[in-house]
Design a protein around this ligand. Structure first.
Ligand SMILES: Cc1cc2nc3c(=O)[nH]c(=O)nc-3n(C[C@H](O)[C@H](O)[C@H](O)COP(=O)(O)OP(=O)(O)OC[C@H]3O[C@@H](n4cnc5c(N)ncnc54)[C@H](O)[C@@H]3O)c2cc1C
Length: 462
């Protein structure tokens, strides 16, 4: 199931540029910086470091943008759901203001870069709306919080949507684009080695099957961080999966929309198509299936004439305190950096990561370093989510262990254990995949690894 961006890209590929390939052996290659992962984050990080004169190499396990970036809705916004009322309550006004500023600056930097480099990626400034069918109060609060933090936002009950809303918050002057068109152009002059999966990092050395490379600084931009220890990111975030449709024959929308209610939808226009998504849930919690059909029924309620072009899903890391992790991987690894926890807002988060890591690696002061630092402790904002995640992981691990002792039973034939930490996997009928509710790894029906943090597929006996 291909995303809209992949389908459109395929049509153009015949005349498209490709990333630079190095010789098969990577042994003893040294660069100032090695970036692991060529998604939106990895490519932008490499781009800005190269601009500073660093020699940079990207190692990509598959092909550029073959991870979650190909499944994004690609709204470039500082509007991240009910973000600002939640942040003010959880981490205070000062940090919430910094978060808003960092994201607003990221939008502006996308615009500058795209304009200066004349990148044809359908970038356009459009308003972004949160909407509700039932919780007007929450949106009034969010509008007030956003305005207090200096965002150009207002509350309204009027939208162009075909259904009446109880309320909406409009952030003016946000943006949207075509992410793969953007990445293709921005990566044209970068050194990207495809099919070079990193299996280990040891000090300043990076291990792949094609050789061991070294760098003064290494950046992990693999969506879910590559190493369990140090860093312990598997204790600090979980993964959530969302489902998308690209529809034709719908009335065109001028703005971007995001519903805050349970089963709220995300909508935006992408050329002739309408992106219509939702049904977000923790990865591993779609055992009943039927989510695409539910989406289609909902879409037809509002756009009876619509036709489905394609459907797909993707997932993202949800940090406990609602703030991405960008900075030094851990206190024990001075030359290792990370960018993760984008909570389904990875366009601006990737840009923030690129500017912040550029500054950290080049020794330049950056006002957002502490806010995004993986070493921060936002106990009040994290505690509830931490407890919930620990509970879910403990249950998954317990079931996985039980599975091990029941090798001969019916139970064994119907279940599998994750190659990451041994949690019990659940079957996702919509994706025909085995998904892990603990940390979000995914495997194809034949056991092939689909999504991190597991590093390998399922053993045959599983
Ligand atoms: C349904 C959905 C809709 C979304 N919509 C939006 C939106 O509208 N706006 C927004 O801002 N954000 C959105 N997001 C979030 C955004 O898409 C992601 O946060 C972002 O694409 C993540 O980029 P990334 O570079 O971190 O990860 P990825 O794109 O996953 O890139 C990581 C790369 O690392 C590679 N890799 C992994 N392991 C290794 C290894 N061991 N060695 C080498 N390479 C490796 C992978 O192959 C992959 O190419 C959405 C997310 C979802 C799920």
């Amino acid at each position: 199931m291909k995303s809209l961006w992949r389908m459109l890209e395929k049509k153009k590929k015949e005349n498209g540029a490709h990333s630079i390939h190095l010789p098969d052996s990577l042994q003893d290659i040294h660069r100032d910086v090695i970036v692991i992962g060529a998604g939106m984050a990895g490519v932008l990080i490499a781009y800005y470091l190269k601009e500073q004169g660093k020699s940079v190499l990207i190692l990509e396990a598959d092909e550029p943008a073959s991870g979650q970036t190909q499944g994004t809705t690609a709204k470039i916004t500082s509007q991240h759901g009910l973000k600002y009322s939640t942040l003010i309550q959880g981490v205070g006004k000062r940090k919430a203001r910094l978060y808003a500023q960092a994201n607003e600056e990221a939008i502006a930097e996308f615009e500058r870069l795209i304009r200066d480099k004349k990148i044809d990626c359908q970038f356009e400034r459009v308003p972004a709306f949160l909407y509700t069918l039932q919780n007007k109060e929450a949106l009034e609060k969010e509008a007030q919080a956003a305005a207090e933090l200096g965002i150009d936002a207002y509350f309204t009950c009027e939208t162009e949507l075909l259904f009446p809303v109880e309320g909406a918050v409009c952030f003016r002057n946000q943006a949207q684009f075509s992410p793969l068109d953007f990445l293709k152009e921005i990566s044209a002059e970068l050194e990207i080695v495809e099919h070079a999966k990193v299996t280990k990092i040891r000090g300043n050395r990076v291990v792949t099957k094609r050789g061991i490379l070294s760098a003064d600084a290494i950046v992990v931009a693999t969506h879910y961080p590559l190493l369990n220890v140090p860093g312990f990111y598997f204790l600090r975030q979980h993964q959530e999966r969302s489902y998308m449709l690209a529809l034709s024959g719908c009335r065109r929308l001028k703005g971007m929309y995001y519903g805050i209610d349970k089963n709220g939808r995300t909508l935006r226009q992408a050329g002739d198509y309408l992106l219509f998504g939702g049904n977000a849930r923790r990865t591993g919690e779609n055992e009943n299936g039927g989510v695409y059909e539910q989406l289609l029924v909902a879409a037809r309620q509002y756009f009876p004439e619509c036709r489905e072009l394609t459907r797909w899903s993707a997932q993202d890391c949800m940090p406990h305190d609602g703030i991405p992790f960008i900075g030094r991987y851990s206190v024990f690894t001075p030359n290792l950096y990370v960018a993760t926890g984008f909570q389904k807002w990875g366009m601006t988060s990737s840009m923030i990561a690129a500017l912040l890591l550029r500054d950290e690696i080049c020794g330049i002061e950056n006002p957002y370093e502490k806010l995004f630092s993986p070493r921060r402790l936002n106990f009040r904002a994290s505690f509830g989510n931490l407890l919930r995640d620990v509970g879910i992981s403990a249950k998954g691990l317990y079931k996985g262990a039980f599975h091990k002792s029941e090798k001969r039973g019916e139970y064994h034939r119907r279940s599998k254990r994750c190659a990451h930490m041994g949690c019990e996997l659940t079957w996702n009928p919509d994706e025909q995949s085995w998904d892990c509710p603990c940390h979000g790894s995914r495997f194809a029906a034949d056991g092939r690894l689909l999504d991190n943090p597991a590093k390998k597929g399922l053993a045959k006996k599983e």
